[in-house]
Design a protein around this ligand. Structure first.
Ligand SMILES: [Zn+2]
Length: 339
């Protein structure tokens, strides 16, 4: 969302926003692309632009009109945001579904990762009522793949037969997992990875050291890179990681969330394959990854990592799993050097 200074929340959103505003037709947009590049920020900024009071032809969102200020205060009467409970804290946007009491006896339950059907039904009802201001109503739904089948079907009817002036912004990093009928009712807006120069400069502005290394580690996804830095990634460790793993040393990784460890090893495996066929590494600095063998042992390791990735969400013992993963990685790296 654009603040009163008129600055975009992320510097690379400008082109995307301009393209979304210029090409908009219909009443529903599906923003899709890689995770960690700013889909949420774009969704909210686009909603703010649609609701902005600035004259046609002026820069939208202006950041200073009454509508923009209501969006900034998260209290615009014509804007409804649907987020899974688990994302509301991290994104700083409370949806206010406290009315949904936790099931009895589950006081310690985890926040839900789903967009629930009750919330979607409330959004459908919201879309059908008369807007309080002039620009119609906007519903933001992020991320759309967090709707289960029931929720998606509840939304579908409204997308098929839009009521009044309501417009919908759905965002997704897994559009293939949405109902095809949902996808076909939305105008698709595909987002590429941000320009690395802009993304690197932004990361540096967030206080990240060696941002180009961290950005590559996160596959060019700058918001993911920043999250990872906050979880313990630093550029020096990343550049040394292939050597550390080759020695079977799991200690530097034990503080990381296990999904990050599996992700890092998958990236190492990917780069080993690239190097073994003469390409440059994608995630690790050039020269930090060396492979001297055929691709068969690395491919075998890659398949094992895929299985590990499926278990990583619910490890029985994270410490043991990390040690086992590193020990297996050491074997794969050694098999590469022995031939
Ligand atoms: Zn405005």
């Amino acid at each position: 969302m654009v603040g009163t200074d008129g600055a975009l929340p992320l510097p690379w959103l400008g082109g995307w926003l301009e393209s979304a505003l210029r090409t908009q037709r219909g009443h529903a947009v599906l923003i899709h692309g890689p995770q960690g590049i700013g889909q949420w920020q774009l969704s909210l900024t686009l909603a703010q632009a649609w609701l902005c009071d600035a004259a046609v032809g002026a820069r939208r969102p202006c950041g200073t009109c009454a509508s923009c200020r209501l969006v900034q205060a998260r209290s615009h009467p014509d804007l409804l945001v649907l987020l899974p409970e688990a994302l509301q804290g991290p994104l700083g946007w409370t949806v206010g579904d406290e009315a949904e009491a936790p099931e009895s006896g589950s006081r310690t339950r985890q926040p839900s990762k789903e967009i629930k059907v009750e919330a979607v039904r409330a959004a459908v009802a919201f879309a059908q009522t008369t807007p309080a201001r002039d620009a119609g109503k906007v519903v933001v739904l992020h991320p759309a793949e967090r709707m289960n089948g029931i929720s998606a079907n509840a939304l579908l009817k409204t997308l098929e037969e839009p009521a009044g002036t309501a417009r919908f912004i759905l965002s997704s990093s897994a559009p293939q997992s949405l109902l095809p009928t949902i996808r076909s009712r939305c105008q698709a807006l595909g987002l590429p990875l941000p320009d690395p120069t802009e993304a690197t400069a932004w990361l540096a502005g967030q206080g990240v050291a060696s941002p180009e290394i961290v950005l590559a580690a996160a596959g060019g996804q700058p918001l993911d890179a920043l999250d990872w830095v906050r979880e313990g990634l630093d550029a020096t460790l990343w550049a040394r990681l292939p050597a550390i793993v080759a020695q079977g040393d799991a200690a530097p990784l034990t503080g990381w969330p296990i999904v990050r460890v599996v992700d890092a090893l998958q990236k190492l495996c990917h780069d080993l394959l690239r190097v073994s066929v003469g390409a440059t590494p994608r995630f690790f600095p050039a020269g930090s990854v060396t492979a001297r063998a055929g691709t068969a042992p690395i491919s075998q390791w890659s398949r094992e990592l895929l299985r590990a990735a499926r278990q990583a969400e619910h490890p029985l013992n994270a410490g043991l799993m990390i040690e086992a993963l590193v020990s297996r990685a050491r074997l794969a790296l050694k098999s590469g050097q022995g031939r």
